[in-house]
Unconditional design. Structure first.
Ligand code: CAA
Length: 387
């Protein structure tokens, strides 16, 4: 199981598809802040929006390891496309399948699987970043409808030229003493009355992936849009994030792999002092360290996926995979720029874009510091004092 060589034929297939349909557009996706319809159509045709969705709902039914390899290869081609697929698979399809009612699954799963609808994960608020339980958005029942008021920010997959559905955390118990146990999860389509996009975030990287504020102003959705149990929404979001952290690790791997390959090519072809710079030990040592770190990170990501597929606990391992792979991705991209010298600092060379894209992986779906909190809490046998 652990040696991922058994997946190499599968990887070759998805890599070929990503190279053909995504990679040629990567620079334009970054420059134009937009994933074109043609790329969306090709990704949909490949079935990748629904990689892990059940076959009966139009998905491919892949296991987590295959899904991670797909996210890795899509990210190797374009980080913006990779993060879109990571959110759709891990933060939408996975919790919908795990917690959705039959009716919710029948309605939303085929839409997510085909990419007809983009899913976004509405956890972050101005005062609920790392402290994700500090939800201020409220939902109050009025007859057969929830009335939602509040604000979300930094929400990925808020593609404005596309129908979207947001899974939002909302405070449903006004008793503050209940803390995260007063938070529920609600399904909010972007065409619900009172759903409005605010500012599109002006990000350093992943420019083609739309990230926006959302405002709920007396936003109304049917009572049946509650996802999972009333007041258990925080845990549902944490469970989704466990899965999400595997795919963010996979994304960092793909970006790191792309940077490594570019660095190798440059080291082999760039001649200085009469020889390719790859003949210099200073460059060789960098390449050796980059490749070794990527291989180590790959084992962490796939083994967390394999634990999930085996139905075993994987919270700690997913956090380790994301923490380590995102650090490695950023370090490898940094070294790739260094190997390129001045050329690597130029926007016409893709290592610059990769460096900007991969930085998100140390922040999104929980910062590296939060991953270490999660890892340590799952190792140390120290009970938290009840307030
Ligand atoms: N699985 C199941 N239950 C979990 C859980 C998990 N992984 N993690 C926590 N819980 C449960 C706890 O057991 C606890 O339950 P009880 O009270 O019944 O015992 C409850 O949830 C509260 O847990 P904590 O007391 O640990 O909660 P906390 O307030 O201390 O916060 C935290 C924990 C790990 C710091 C959490 O707030 C966190 O993960 N923060 C980071 C948020 C984050 O990742 N944001 C990313 C936004 S989405 C995004 O980024 C998308 C994108 O860009 C692409």
């Amino acid at each position: 199981m652990l040696d991922y060589i058994v997946y190499e034929d599968f990887r070759a297939e998805v890599r070929a598809k990503a190279e053909e349909t995504i990679a040629p557009h990567a620079a334009a996706i970054d420059a134009d802040d937009h994933i074109p319809e043609g790329v969306m159509a090709d990704v949909s045709k490949a079935g990748w929006f629904g990689a892990t969705a059940p076959v009966e709902y139009g998905g491919l039914g892949w296991d987590t390891v295959r899904y991670a390899i797909m996210v890795e290869e899509a990210s190797r081609a374009s980080g913006s496309v990779g993060v879109m697929l990571a959110v759709q698979g891990s933060l939408m399809i996975y919790p919908l399948e795990k917690y959705g009612t039959d009716k919710q699954i029948k309605e939303y799963m085929p839409q997510f699987a085909s990419g007809e609808v983009m899913g976004s994960f509405g956890l972050t608020e101005p005062s609920a970043g790392s402290d994700a339980g500090n939800t201020k958005t409220t939902a109050v029942l009025d007859g057969d409808e929830w009335v939602i008021n509040g604000q979300k920010c930094f929400i990925t997959n808020t593609k404005r030229d596309w129908p979207t559905v947001n899974f939002a955390t909302v405070r449903t118990d006004p008793d503050k003493a209940k803390g995260v146990h007063g938070v529920s999860s609600i399904i909010v389509p972007s065409d619900a009355p009172g759903f409005n996009y605010g500012r599109k975030e002006n990000k350093m990287g992943l420019r083609g992936s739309d990230t926006s504020e959302i405002f709920f102003e007396d936003c109304r959705v049917p009572k049946e849009n509650l996802l999972g149990e009333l007041n258990e929404g925080f845990k549902l979001f944490m469970v989704a994030l466990d899965a999400g952290r595997i795919s963010i690790g996979a994304m960092a791997l793909g970006l790191g792999q792309a940077a490594l390959e570019l660095a190798v090519k440059h080291a082999e072809t760039r001649v200085q002092f009469g020889k390719p710079i790859g003949t210099k030990q200073a460059i060789q040592f960098k390449i050796a360290e980059m490749a070794t770190k990527i291989r180590a990170a790959r084992f962490l990501v796939y083994s967390a996926g394999a634990l999930k597929d085996a139905g075993r606990p994987y919270t700690k391992e997913a956090a380790m995979a994301k923490y380590y792979a995102s650090q490695v991705g950023r370090e490898v991209a940094y070294d790739a720029i260094q190997i390129h010298g001045g050329l690597g600092y130029d926007k016409s060379y893709p290592v610059e874009r990769i460096y900007r894209d991969v930085k998100l992986d140390e922040i999104g779906e929980g910062t590296s510091e939060i991953q270490k909190v999660v890892i340590a809490r799952n190792i140390l046998n120290i009970q938290k004092k009840k307030k």
